[in-house]
Design a protein around this ligand. Structure first.
Ligand code: MAN
Length: 773
């Protein structure tokens, strides 16, 4: 060991010129117990690879010689890394001191070994190194030019963009105000339409209702008008349940196929036509000239004009209806929110006749529901007690009777079958009465169906009664006019025929109710032939209606009598349940030859070509401006991004990554093609198809030795391993290109890439390259 000292000292002095001065002062403890003393270490024995201070290790802090001493923990990594042997003529090559004098030639000159051990191969080796150095220098020259140019153009662009940004922001303000103006125009247009319709409907309904010649509601009391509205809704519910939407043209008889729907839609629409809506939870009426927002009413009307088969009448449903699909629009008419598993009621318009829930759950909400249910039942009883409901009650009773008969027969039949089996066992051969059971379920279903029709009618009627009661309680200034307008509106939107109207009238005006026992025997609930009365010299019904009903009655009576005869023949079980069974008819709404078509047809809720065109134009200019604004905002956001050097600083120092923003780079390696996209994702594909996700762009950073590192993380999970990730280390080069790909650990991918952006000062220093003018 000692013989090597000279050589080693050379190393120390070379690497640490201060070492000798410090070492001159070095004293260290030596020996133990009574023999302990301080010894002085001469400079040539410091870091000579021989441990003179075994207790403290102070003389060999840069070698491993004192490793294991009691006080010195061993050579420190940082110190070790600085302790290198420099090969003369090879500035890039530094070798660990342990490789000096180890018998292996590391330096091309052989300077790391004793003289004569190695051959000098520097000419050969340095030529290759020189070539590499030249290549590096060339790349650096070119690359750093490109880098400078790109940085300069980014910086110029950035300044310009910062200036432009102010201008663009000014455009936003003006676009926004133009957009607001356009929206305002559309709103004003809708309000104008609303006002026009209100005036039109008011004039027309007043005429239809009270014209001395043709008025159809002349002479009626407010109570009668109110009950006619309730029964009109009952009719609407029955039509809705009896004839599902596709089977009839009637648009507004509560037109959702959803039988859960219990709100009397025609009445709600009639309300809008009268400038009136009912508050969504208390059903207190709000008139437009009082509390109702004109804009809301205009929006509702306009929406309904455009969506005649799925109208709305509250803000909430308007919002749903206008922004969502028809599926959601349909839900609007449903009492129970299908997304709510609890089956809670929608707290808007649809609860006016229901809920019909189990009241046993003990929250105040449910107590309230219980109260509502009580109220509903009371109203239902009240409605069932009206003359209009007589045929419904009769049909219900008849249906119950027949159904219990069918059930009893079924039991007997089953019992009989059992008995037959028993009889076989016991030898009793009497099989009992034989009944053909085939039509029974059919009849039973039809009767159930009829009961459902009646119940839907009742639900609608209850819904209307709730609204009527609240309306009356609110004591509106011209109650009669409001009722007339609501009734006419309901008839319009329900698509009611004159004959159905006559049925309402005949059942609510006591003097018109027939005392003709025959018609009761025939169980016809349409009052045929019509009677007529006069109140204060006003004819009820109007002459026009009387005439039309008289004509219609001729055919109806014939049909009714026939069915009476058929029914009477049947002792117990009917063979079929036609419409009109038991005297309960559900009539189709009006058609184009109906008297009411001529009277009410022009007030039906439709959008005509002209108004459609006007709205389309206004809407189009709004959407043009919206698109323009959206584009401008996205442009501005890109500009801000540029000025800010990438909103999250993602363009790196001096915005050097800007020129590479969103660029993709590929390399084929083995059977895979790798594609790395900045600000996006990295993929691995095989045979040109598909692509395994190696991760999403996770940003750029610089590691300890100044190398740029880009990362993609959170890729597709590796089977039994981590999520895939990719790392790129970027070095100086003239072009942007990936030069190597590797997967050193399963699903962890590393790449080397060349790019001009890495040709910077730190690269120059790292490789000791000359400065460029
Ligand atoms: C695929 C490729 C490979 C990866 C394995 C891991 O074959 O993504 O790179 O090593 O999955 O199962």
């Amino acid at each position: 060991m000692r013989s090597n000292r000279k050589n080693h000292l050379f190393i120390v002095l070379l690497l640490n010129p201060l070492g000798a001065t410090l070492a001159q002062l070095l004293e260290c403890p030596f020996g133990w117990g009574v023999n302990a003393k301080l010894i002085q270490i001469p400079p040539d024995q410091i870091n000579d690879g021989y441990c003179d201070c075994p207790i403290s290790g102070l003389d060999e802090t840069e070698t491993n010689a004192c490793s294991g001493s009691t006080q010195w923990p061993g050579i420190h990594a940082n110190t070790a890394s600085t302790l290198k042997f420099h090969c003369p003529g090879q500035p890039q090559l530094q070798i660990a001191v342990s490789k000096v004098q180890d018998g292996i030639c590391d330096c091309c000159s052989g300077a790391d070994e004793a003289q004569g051990v190695c051959q000098d191969i520097c000419d050969e080796v340095l030529a290759a190194e020189r070539q590499e150095a030249e290549r590096r220098l060339h790349a650096f020259r070119e690359g750093s030019l490109i880098r400078k140019k790109e940085l300069a153009s980014y910086s110029k662009l950035r300044e310009k963009t910062a200036r432009d940004l102010e201008v663009e922001r000014g455009y936003v303000t003006s676009l926004e105000s133009r957009l607001n103006d356009a929206k305002d125009q559309l709103t004003q247009w809708k309000i104008k339409r609303l006002e026009q319709r209100l005036v039109q409907v008011k004039e027309r309904t007043a005429k239809i209702a009270t014209d001395p010649e043709i008025g159809i509601l002349n002479g009626l009391s407010t109570d009668e008008l109110s009950w006619m509205i309730v029964h009109a809704c009952q009719t609407a519910g029955e039509m809705q349940a009896m004839f599902p939407l596709e089977e009839k043209d009637a648009k507004f008889s509560g037109n959702s196929k959803d039988t859960d729907s219990t709100t009397c839609v025609p009445l709600r629409l009639a309300g809008l036509d009268a400038g009136l809506i009912w508050e969504s939870t208390t059903y207190k009426p709000k008139f437009m000239n009082e509390a109702v927002d004109k804009i809301l009413l205009a929006e509702l009307l306009d929406f309904n004009l455009q969506h005649i088969d799925s109208p709305v009448w509250t803000q909430k449903t308007l919002d749903k209806g206008s922004t969502h699909s028809s599926k959601l629009q349909r839900r609007r008419l449903t009492e129970v929110d299908p997304e709510n598993e609890e089956g809670e009621d929608l707290d808007d318009n649809d609860a006016d006749s229901k809920p019909r829930r189990d009241p046993s759950r003990d929250s105040s909400k449910h107590a309230k529901k219980y109260e509502q249910e009580e109220r509903r039942l009371q109203l239902e009883q009240l409605i069932l007690g009206q003359p209009f409901s007589l045929s419904r009650v009769a049909l219900r009773q008849k249906a119950e009777k027949v159904i219990s008969l069918i059930d009893a027969m079924k039991e007997t039949a089953e019992g009989g079958a059992n008995m037959t089996e028993d009889a076989e066992e016991t030898g009793n051969s009497d099989p009992g009465p034989m009944i053909d059971p085939v039509p029974l379920p059919f009849i039973r279903n039809k009767l159930d169906d009829r009961r459902r029709v009646i119940q839907t009618g009742l639900d609608y009627a209850v819904s209307a009664k709730v609204l009527m009661d609240e309306l009356e309680a609110s004591n509106p200034p011209d109650f009669r006019a409001v009722l007339q307008s609501l009734l006419i509106g309901t008839l319009i939107h329900e698509n009611l025929s004159f004959l159905q109207f006559w049925e309402l009238l005949a059942n609510v005006v006591p003097e018109l109710q027939t005392a003709d026992e025959d018609s009761k025997i025939c169980k016809i609930h349409i009052t045929c032939p019509p009677s007529t009365i006069r109140r204060n010299s006003v004819a009820i019904p109007s002459m026009e209606i009387l005439k039309a009903v008289e004509e219609a009655c001729i055919g109806l009576l014939q049909h009714a009598q026939q069915s009476c005869v058929v029914e009477d023949k049947e002792d117990a079980l009917p063979g079929d349940i036609p419409n009109g069974y038991g005297g309960f008819y559900v009539l189709n709404g009006r058609d184009e030859i109906d008297l009411f078509h001529a009277i009410l047809g022009d007030l039906t809720l439709v959008d005509n070509d002209e108004t459609k065109h006007e709205r389309d134009e206004l809407s189009a200019s709004i959407s043009t401006l919206e698109t323009e604004l959206e584009n401008l905002q996205s442009k501005i956001s890109d500009m801000v991004d540029l000025v800010d050097g990438g909103n999250d600083g993602s363009y790196g120092p001096d915005g050097e990554l800007y020129s590479m923003k969103n660029s993709c780079h590929s390399i084929d390696s083995g059977k895979y093609t790798y594609k790395l996209c900045l600000n996006d994702s990295a993929t691995q594909s095989e045979g040109g198809s598909g692509g395994t996700n190696l991760g999403k762009w996770d940003g750029a950073s610089v590691d300890n030795d100044g190398t740029r590192v880009w990362k993609w993380t959170n890729g597709a999970k590796c089977w039994n391993g981590p999520k895939r990730s990719a790392t790129v280390r970027v070095t100086c080069g003239i072009e942007n290109q990936i030069i190597s790909a590797d997967e050193p650990e399963t699903c962890r991918y590393v790449f080397e890439m060349e790019s001009p952006i890495a040709c910077d000062e730190s690269y120059r220093l790292k490789y000791g390259l000359p400065t460029l003018e």
